[in-house]
Each structure stands twice: as C-alpha cells, then as structure tokens.
Design a protein around this ligand. Structure first.
Ligand code: IPM
Ligand code: MN
Length: 357
C-alpha cells in the first residue's frame, strides 16, 4: 500500500507563499521518487485575511489542523497589522493550542556556505537547539497598572512549570542520545540571576541526567552561550533552553549557519501534530519580487519528513539543498544569491530528480 500523509499548508504573509510554493515543489518531487503520497491542503490564514474579515484563527481551524499528519508554515507578520497581533494571535496561538512544546532548531553549516565566523567551517558548526515552546515569557502572563500615567507599572511574567520543564528536558536528552554525535547536552540558563526559574530547570536537568548516563551534561549561562556560539561553536552538540533564551540564541544560530535564508525549525508535539517553518519572517519589502531564498522553507519541509520518519525522502531533499549551496548559490542572503526564488526551487527539484548523494 502506498503511504500517504495529510499535510496542512499555511503560507501566511509576505514572502511566505512564495517560499512555501518552492517547498511544495521539492516535497512533491521527492515524495514521487520514494512513492509516498502527500495530500496537501492550504489554509488561508494571516494578515490579509485578518484585514479583510477580522479573523485571525477562526473557531474550528485548530480542530481541523489536529487531523493532519503535519503542518508547513511560511511566515506570519503583516506591515499593516500592529506588531504582536498576528504573531501572538496566530503563530503563538497555534504553537500553544497544538501543544507544540518543543521548538527544534538545527544549526548546521553546509559545505560551501559563507559564515560570518572567521576560521570556522562545517566541522565546527553542527549543533541543535531545543527551545521550550509553550512557557516562559511567552505565556502572556502579566499586565499593566496605572497605564498611561507617570506611575505606570508593566509586569511581564515568566512561567516555568515542573511538567513543562521536565517534558522539554526529557525530549532534549532523548534527542541528544538519538542524534548520536558528541552526546553532550548543554543547559543554557541564567542560574545566577533568575534564581527561581533556572533553579527549577537545573534541578530537573540533573535529576533526569541520571537516566541518561551516556549523555554528558554541561551548563552555560545564556550570555556566555551567546559568546561561545560565536567563539567556539564546536563545543556544542545539543543545547536546551527556555522559550525566550531559545528565541534569542537561535537567531545567532541562524546567522552562523548562513543566515535566515537557510535556517529552519520545527514546532514539535511528539504526541500530536507538529508544524515546520523557516525561522525568518515575512520580509514584506521583498514580497512578490521572486528574490527571497526558499531554502529555509525547503529545509523546513525536510525536517517535516524527518519527523514523519520518512528518512529516505528527507535525505533526497537535504542532499539537493547541499548541492545547491555548494554549486549554485554560495551567498544565501537576499540580493546576493544571483538566482530568483523560483530558480532556486527549480534547481532543487532537478537535483532531487537526478538523485545521488
Ligand atoms: C520565532 C519568532 C517568533 C518567536 C515571533 C514571530 C513570535 O521570532 O519563531 O523565533 O518569538 O517565537
Ligand atoms: Mn525568533
């Protein structure tokens, strides 16, 4: 019987639809090679729909999305919508409602790609950040007091629950063991200042570590982690951290692996439906110009196949991406690629068709 997957597409805002279109081309080509079937259903969500109808995440949509095997998302964020409305109302809401409690962000420099790090190459930049994705500063806890007065108070709470911390750490330990590289898990925190939240994180980290004797554990404060990711990225194998720190350090990760043109991640619910996306935003000023790099979204599609355990299909996409960056597009930033969005997508497709490593 032919294996078949139901994939929901959320192209979203700005350049999202352009990059999702290229990822779909790559997915269909690779799936055909491996004789698997991908049944894709697009969802019209994002800034344009909000501006037209006032709807951000209409009732019923989350229930529908639960029925899919996976979701591929382009980008969320519209220049005519106040910052935060779509990001919180759509992207974070999906992550929360679908309980995608892991944000998995590999930081891998492919051969041939420029990194801003002097004297560092693909052998040095190869690690994964496991970011907690449903708690911390992102829960929206807090509020204003005396808003608009000179005595205004703004409180923004960071929530860390034992359950939430534990499930994230367990995922990170499992992932580190499965990844089978250096088997080193670094907890990135701030135990010297955030003495409640990271006390909890650290205690649970050491508790769970006992169940994983083969995984070496390490700890670094977030400020030091940021420095070392640049100075000695080869020290890292898997980094686990909370939501806010994970957000920040994965932008550092993205730039050292070649930029937002290539960086991809997955919002993962190991027991539910996961959602894969390029890390970069909707890039409104490049919308419709066919200039944005689709490789990050194509990489997100590959992570999706990995998550669905379609290893062979995932490897076909990954090796095509590696060939493109080695042979065809050396600089991955907008304006420097020397190729259009759809040209890059076409080259990826032709490499998948040719096959081989
Ligand atoms: C990311 C983004 C989001 C986040 C924004 C758009 C809400 O920066 O996916 O890293 O902060 O998580
Ligand atoms: Mn971010």
């Amino acid at each position: 019987m032919v294996k078949s997957y139901k994939i929901a597409l959320i192209p979203g805002d700005g350049t999202g639809p352009e990059v999702v279109a290229e990822a779909v081309k790559a997915l269909n080509t690779a799936a055909e090679k491996e004789s698997i079937q991908l049944e894709m259903t697009p969802y019209d969500l994002g800034g344009d729909r909000y501006l037209k109808t006032g709807e951000i995440l209409p009732t019923g949509i989350v229930d529908e999305l639960q029925e899919f095997d996976s979701i591929l998302l382009g980008a969320i964020g519209h220049p005519d919508v106040k910052p935060g409305v779509l990001e919180k109302g759509l992207l974070l809401e999906l992550r929360f409602q679908l309980d995608q409690y892991i944000n998995l962000r590999p930081v891998i420099l492919y051969p041939g790609v420029d990194t801003p790090l002097k004297d560092k190459g693909p052998e040095d930049i190869d690690f994964v950040v496991v970011r907690e994705n449903t708690e911390g500063l992102y829960t929206g806890g807090g509020g204003f007091l005396r808003k608009g007065t000179p005595h205004e108070v703004a409180v923004q709470e960071s929530i860390s629950t034992r359950d939430g911390v534990e499930r994230c750490l367990r995922y990170a330990f499992d992932y580190c063991r499965r990844r089978n590289k250096r088997k080193k898990l670094t907890l990135c925190g701030k135990t010297n200042v955030l003495t409640y939240a990271f006390d909890l994180w650290e205690r649970v980290f050491h508790e769970i570590a006992k169940e994983y004797p083969e995984v070496e554990t390490d700890y670094a404060h977030v400020d030091a982690t940021s420095m070392w990711m640049i100075k000695n990225p080869e020290w890292f194998d898997v980094i686990v951290t909370d939501n806010m720190f994970g957000d920040i350090i994965t932008d550092i990760g993205a730039i050292i692996q070649g930029g937002l043109g290539i960086a991809a991640g997955g919002n993962i619910n190991p027991n539910g439906v996961s959602m894969f996306e390029p890390i970069g935003g909707s890039a409104p000023k490049y919308t419709g110009k066919n200039v944005i790099n689709p490789l990050a979204c194509i990489g997100a599609a590959q992570l999706m196949l990995d998550h669905l355990n379609e290893d062979a299909t995932a490897r076909r996409i990954e090796s095509a991406v590696k060939k493109v960056v080695a042979n065809d597009v050396k600089n991955l930033s907008v304006g420097k690629m020397g190729k259009t969005t759809s040209e890059i997508g076409d080259i990826v497709v032709s490499y998948i068709q040719q096959g081989g490593e």
